[in-house]
Design a protein around this ligand. Structure first.
Ligand SMILES: [Mg+2]
Length: 371
């Protein structure tokens, strides 16, 4: 079996709000074709045009090549070899960031192909299914007012979610607002629903320690990305100073970055995004690193139904997976691109039993959002 073509398709909503931290406004869809007629689907969470250029770039020399050139004619079952070839072949400009993001989408599509070919789910191909359903938390951008946050919390509790996260927006700018918001949301969702807060990198370590102490009485399950991603010393200080779990990792790509986050940052909850971290192949290595250090993995996912599917297969197939992010964005791109999305029911996503990732792209949605 040989790879015959790699398509990198830029999709976006007609209007993008660049001031909103919402990754569901655009995406880079990856479609890999083979000579067996089997096609794989993947998704990159990056700047789509940057990642597309990395895939389509002409060869410059041995270690400065476009990813498509590197994998055309190769066997999609050679996932490890192809991952290493792409890493090596892009290492002049890559090794982390956008090049790894682009590799992630290609890797995801390869895992879709091998599943479809073997007539097994991607989760089975990844090494085995630990759980057929994964708890999924409702992930919301924090609205401007506490009242609106409470209304949203009520809505998602009614839909059956057992965990909810509010992040970015006004969070992190005003201590009084932050504490009042947490208090009010907790009163709406009750004691048994897990509540997570994403600060969007707005604090320094000492401020985060002070605020974590104030959040403790409201049973916040984790504080996400309170600090700049490179402040590993700050993360280690914060993790040692509070009982609240500290979560981070969506910004990282490649196992070395995660190793630092785990070993130097002492972060509790590790959040690789399968469309950024290096895909499922690298994601498994990151999960193993975390497992060896007794850390839990909760995949970050704020894109379309493709990433939801990849995250579901991933979280189902690692021993330290128990929960995943589930964007409840009403972006029509996020909601319609996949025509048979992973089933969400009673607070859980259910692992599809179809081969590969188990999803199909809606051709009308693809045509509608194609740039
Ligand atoms: Mg986040």
């Amino acid at each position: 079996m040989k790879i015959t073509d790699v398509e990198a398709i830029y999709l976006r909503l007609p209007e993008i709000d660049a001031l909103r931290c919402d990754g569901t406004q655009d995406t880079l869809l990856i479609r890999i074709h083979t000579d067996a007629g089997i096609t794989g689907i993947g998704e990159v969470d990056s700047s789509p045009e940057v990642a597309k250029a990395i895939i389509e770039a002409s060869a410059s020399h041995l270690i400065s090549n476009g990813l498509k050139n590197i994998i055309i004619g190769e066997d999609p079952f050679d996932r490890e070899k192809l991952w290493n070839n792409m890493f090596h072949g892009s290492s002049y400009y890559g090794r982390q960031g956008a090049a790894i993001h682009a590799i992630s989408g290609i890797d995801m599509a390869l895992w879709d192909i091998v599943g479809k070919t073997a007539e097994r789910t991607t989760a089975q191909m990844l090494g085995g299914v630990y759980r057929n359903r994964v708890k999924a938390y409702a992930s919301l951008v924090m609205p401007e007012t506490i009242k609106d946050a409470c209304l949203l919390a009520e809505k998602f509790m009614d839909m059956g979610y057992k965990a909810i996260k509010f992040g970015w927006g006004p969070f992190g700018a005003d201590d009084y607002f932050d504490v009042e918001a947490v208090k009010a949301i907790r009163s709406v969702i009750g004691e048994r629903t897990e509540l997570m807060i994403d600060i969007g990198q707005r604090w320094d370590a000492k401020h985060a320690i002070k605020m974590a102490r104030r959040f403790e009485e409201y049973g916040v399950h984790w504080i996400e990305e309170p600090l700049a991603p490179d402040d590993l010393e700050g993360y280690a200080m914060l993790s040692a100073a509070t009982d609240i779990h500290i979560a981070a990792g969506e910004n990282e790509s490649g196992r070395k970055a995660f190793e630092r986050l785990i070993k130097e940052g002492r972060v509790d909850i590790i959040q690789p995004d399968l469309g950024r971290c290096g895909g499922l192949t690298e994601g498994k290595k990151i999960a193993d690193l975390a497992y060896a250090e007794h850390k839990m993995i909760v995949p970050h996912a704020f894109k379309t139904g493709i990433l939801v599917a990849a995250s579901t297969h991933f979280a189902a197939s690692i021993s330290n997976g128990f929960l995943m992010e589930y964007t409840v964005s009403d972006s029509p791109l996020a909601r319609t691109l996949v025509q048979n999305p992973v089933l969400f029911k009673d607070g859980y996503v259910h692992l599809p039993d179809r081969p590969g990732l188990g999803i199909e792209i809606d051709p009308d949605a693809e045509a509608r959002f194609r740039v």
